[in-house]
Design a protein around this ligand. Structure first.
Ligand code: FAD
Length: 317
């Protein structure tokens, strides 16, 4: 099996990984991105993205990601399709294992995102990005004056349903249990005119056609299943889960499963950074992930070159 040596190995080629690579390559650091499949990350499956600064109009996440990737490659990043199945972070040179070869690196960046939650409802994965969403902040504006359903009773579901009340004509809120009487936020939500709660109800399937979601089938406890006509379904069952299986316990994690980092995106292990959704950031957005990538790259530059302070790329004085 071939062994390759790099200054920087980035695992994951989403907005976090591509932004980081753009900066490290421009800093003349020999950089490789290893990505198992450029079509399966959170940005890649985003149907339309309208809130990435500087990108006007709706583009698909896939198109935006292709531009980010090309920009990094044009500055010298080596981009390889490879699924990482293990790492070894002991010592100054880190090791990354893939079926395509072994990679040795001075700086290792973990950027595999948070797509770990598997679709659990019939029709959920089929209509993901075509009416099924996990992000009201991202997609809420597409549902102006339309009916949507929010599924779940965790804090994320409550906050996201609140966001949807600004756009949707009706927010159907499907909750597996009764609404907690002592939760002010939940009670405020159900008091809103355009929120219709369906307590003690279970989502059975997401229905749709070539144009996307047309409705959901759900079952209120003790009643027959029923169909609701909605254009969008926002599912918050168990939250998204950072993809960290290849790391084992080699870096520290937060209680929510995100990789723990400091302000420079450094993990608990010297020479290892964590960026983007793998941190389980409270606001999972492409621009946040890209920002993380920039911070990590500048920190890596300093780490590798033993610089005394971070010098921004644009300061040529
Ligand atoms: C349906 C949906 C809609 C969204 N809409 C918006 C929006 O409108 N606006 C917005 O700003 N944000 C939106 N987001 C959020 C945004 O897409 C994410 O916050 C962002 O993509 C996170 O970037 P990332 O680089 O951390 O991870 P990702 O984009 O998920 O990229 C991770 C990469 O890691 C790779 N990978 C995973 N495991 C391995 C492995 N073992 N080896 C090698 N490679 C691996 C994957 O193939 C993937 O390419 C949306 C998310 C979803 C799911």
């Amino acid at each position: 099996m071939e062994t390759y040596e790099f200054d920087v190995v980035i695992i994951g080629g989403g907005p976090a990984g591509c932004s980081c690579a753009l900066y490290t390559s421009r800093s003349n650091l020999k950089t490789v991105i290893l990505d198992k499949n450029p079509a399966v990350g959170a940005l890649a499956i985003t149907h339309k993205i309208a809130n990435y600064p500087g990108v006007a109009g709706d583009v698909s996440g896939d198109e935006l990601l292709a531009v980010m990737r090309k920009q990094a490659v044009d500055y010298g990043t080596d981009y390889r399709r490879a699924q990482v199945f293990g790492i070894d972070v002991d010592g100054p040179m880190k090791t990354v294992y893939t079926p395509e070869g072994t990679f040795k690196t001075k700086a290792l960046v973990l950027a595999t995102g948070a797509m770990g939650r598997t679709s659990s409802f019939k029709g959920e994965s089929e209509f993901l990005g075509r009416g099924v969403s996990y992000c009201a902040t991202c997609d809420g504006a597409f549902y102006r004056s339309r009916e949507v359903a929010v599924v779940g009773l965790n804090q994320e579901a409550i906050e996201e349903a609140q966001v949807l009340t600004k756009f949707a004509s009706t927010v159907h809120w499907i909750t597996p249990r009764s609404l907690p009487k002592d939760d002010d936020h939940a009670q405020h939500l159900v008091s809103m005119e355009n929120v219709k709660p369906w307590e003690k109800a279970r989502l059975l399937s997401v229905e749709g056609d070539n144009g996307g979601v047309t409705g959901i089938e759900f079952k209120p406890r003790g009643e027959e299943p029923r169909i609701l006509d909605v254009d969008g379904v926002f599912i918050y069952q168990s939250g998204s889960k950072p993809i960290t299986d290849f790391i084992g316990s080699q870096v520290e994690f937060n209680a929510d499963g995100g990789v723990r980092v400091d302000d420079m995106m450094r993990t608990s292990v010297d020479g290892v950074w964590g960026i983007g959704d793998i941190r389980n950031t409270p606001f999972k957005q492409a621009v946040v992930a890209a920002g993380d990538g920039c911070v990590a790259a500048m920190s890596i530059d300093r780490y590798i070159n033993q610089r005394k302070s971070i010098r921004p790329d644009w300061n040529h004085s």
